[in-house]
Design a protein around this ligand. Structure first.
Ligand code: FAD
Length: 475
């Protein structure tokens, strides 16, 4: 029996693996790297780095159970057929994915295997609720988060996690494979060396982070989640993306601990984020075009600007707007960006600079360790105003007031832009407004140590509102 691992790189609460073990017989764990099958969104550089280490971690966990992960590079269907033929296995099990390309590929693979007498079984395990489980009274997909989340919560808590497979339930496969190195996920590894300083991919680390979050930060999550200067969130997004922990394990771990401490509310704030993740996936599933074009068609017609200089300044964290630059530098240094900074960085690029949201979405896709097609698409379309449940077009984040509100002491800005460290709090989010004397006392030379803003926030906001108003309002 082949268990085809994809983005479920875990042993605990892995439905396909558990069922294969229960059904008895020889279980062969397989991973096939087929980036062409994810086109037009094959994994970016940071994702490849993560995948390499996550596969190595899964292999080492399997070896502890006296098995191992067979790794292949190639077309998924051909590899699965070859393995079934070679080993005489007559069944392939997997956990379902919902992105348009993966979903279509899986349907093709299932049909082709069944045609030649190989049984296939697929299982839910990547989300709390599968697309189609939470529908409106009219049987249509929800487009707005709040009613979606209420309807999902009405279904009750997710079913309990399945636990882990016991010892001596797997055997060592002796089949030949291509091996992890053949995937060449590490060809650009030196370019990704910074990621290793901040992340350790794999199921063990996913659980370590979960426990540390529950014990020390979950209680304050509702308050702390919006402050980029403190580690108030779980930072589990890459682990969830690669399926190193299941969302329902996380749900039960959080609710169990908080209920036992009599602290339910902040748990709910956290559970809402897991529901946002489900919501994003069901949107992309039901409206597969939205990773490429605006949910609201009027936004495709906006006169998006082409400005390579601004894009380069945005990417390198040198726009001269501290909150934006801190976020983009955090991304460059760690492969991650706080959600508050993501919203501001996306608003600056799409609204102030008038650059198409896909330009930003693609940069995030390549550089984020948690790059996730459903969440990234929703995030960008939400900020750009073009999504189904989106910030209205006239909501343009002001990165100065956002900084003053969510990073009042400038902790986040000072961490990522040390050149501004000496500035008093009052000017930390708008150094260009400080007088000469303040700048001199702080040891900040504008343009030399830190740039002047690449655009005027007020003027660009006015221009964006006019453009949006002309093309979008009233449609
Ligand atoms: P926590 O606050 O601890 O939340 C727990 C989990 O809930 C997260 O790990 C994530 O899986 C989920 N979650 C939280 N917020 C959201 C959200 N707004 N939408 C969907 N799921 C959410 N998230 C990604 O996982 N991958 C992306 O590629 C991505 N791109 C984004 C792009 C933009 C422009 C924006 C505004 C947001 C994006 N997000 C993305 C959502 C969010 O920023 C991250 O999920 C979050 O910052 C991850 O940090 P955390 O694990 O500490 O989150």
């Amino acid at each position: 029996m082949i268990v085809w691992f994809r983005r479920d790189l875990r042993l605990y609460d892995n439905p396909a693996l558990c069922r294969a073990v229960e059904d008895g017989g020889r279980v062969v764990p397989v991973y096939i790297f087929a980036p062409e099958e994810d086109e037009p969104w094959p994994p970016g550089a940071a994702s490849r780095w993560w995948l390499h280490h996550s596969l190595a971690a899964l292999d080492s966990d399997l070896r502890r159970l006296k098995s191992r992960l067979l790794v292949f590079r190639g077309d998924s269907l051909s590899v699965l057929m070859m393995l079934c033929r070679q080993s005489g296995d007559a069944a392939v099990y997997w956990n379902r994915l919902y992105e348009p390309a993966a979903h279509a590929r899986d349907a093709r693979v299932a049909k082709a295997l069944e045609t030649i007498g190989i049984a296939t079984r697929s299982f839910p395990g990547h989300l709390l609720r599968e697309p189609g489980e939470v529908l409106s009274g009219a049987g249509t997909p929800y487009r707005i988060f709040t009613p979606y989340s209420r309807a999902s919560l009405r279904l009750g808590p997710p079913s309990p996690a399945l636990g882990s497979i016991g010892p001596n339930r797997l055997a060592l496969p002796n089949d030949r494979d291509d091996g992890l190195e053949s995937l060449q996920l590490g060809t650009n590894m030196s370019g990704q060396a910074h990621l290793a300083r901040h992340w350790r991919p794999g199921e063990n680390e996913a659980w370590r982070r979960t426990i540390s979050f529950i014990e020390s930060r979950a209680a304050d999550y509702g308050e702390a989640r919006d402050r980029p200067g403190i580690e108030g969130t779980s930072r589990l997004s890459p682990h969830l993306h690669f399926g190193e922990i299941s969302p329902r394990s996380l749900w039960h771990a959080v609710t169990g601990q908080l209920a036992s401490d009599g602290r339910d509310d902040s748990g709910l704030a956290y559970l809402r984020q897991l529901l946002w993740r489900d919501f994003a996936h069901q949107l992309l599933f039901h409206f597969p075009h939205i990773s490429e074009s605006a949910f609201k068609p009027a936004f495709n017609e906006l006169p998006w600007r082409d400005d390579p200089e601004i894009v380069a300044a945005w990417q390198s964290g040198t726009t001269g707007i501290p909150l934006i630059d801190a976020g983009m530098r955090e991304l460059r240094s760690t492969g991650f960006m706080h959600n508050r900074a993501r919203m501001n960085a996306a608003s600056f690029l799409t609204k102030n600079a008038g650059i198409h949201w896909l330009v930003g979405a693609r940069w995030f896709w390549d550089t984020l360790v948690d790059a996730d097609l459903a969440n990234n698409t929703l995030g960008w379309q939400w900020v750009a105003g073009s999504g189904p449940d989106a910030a209205p077009y006239f909501r343009i984040f002001n990165p100065v007031t956002q900084g003053q509100r969510f990073d009042p002491r400038g902790v986040y800005v000072r961490r990522w832009i040390p050149a501004l460290n000496g500035l008093p709090d009052k000017w930390i989010h708008s150094p260009w407004t400080a007088d000469e004397e303040t700048l001199a006392r702080a040891g900040v030379r504008l343009e030399e140590d830190y740039p002047e803003p690449v655009l005027d926030l007020k003027e660009s906001r006015r221009r964006a509102l006019a453009a949006y108003g002309r093309y979008v309002a009233g449609r």
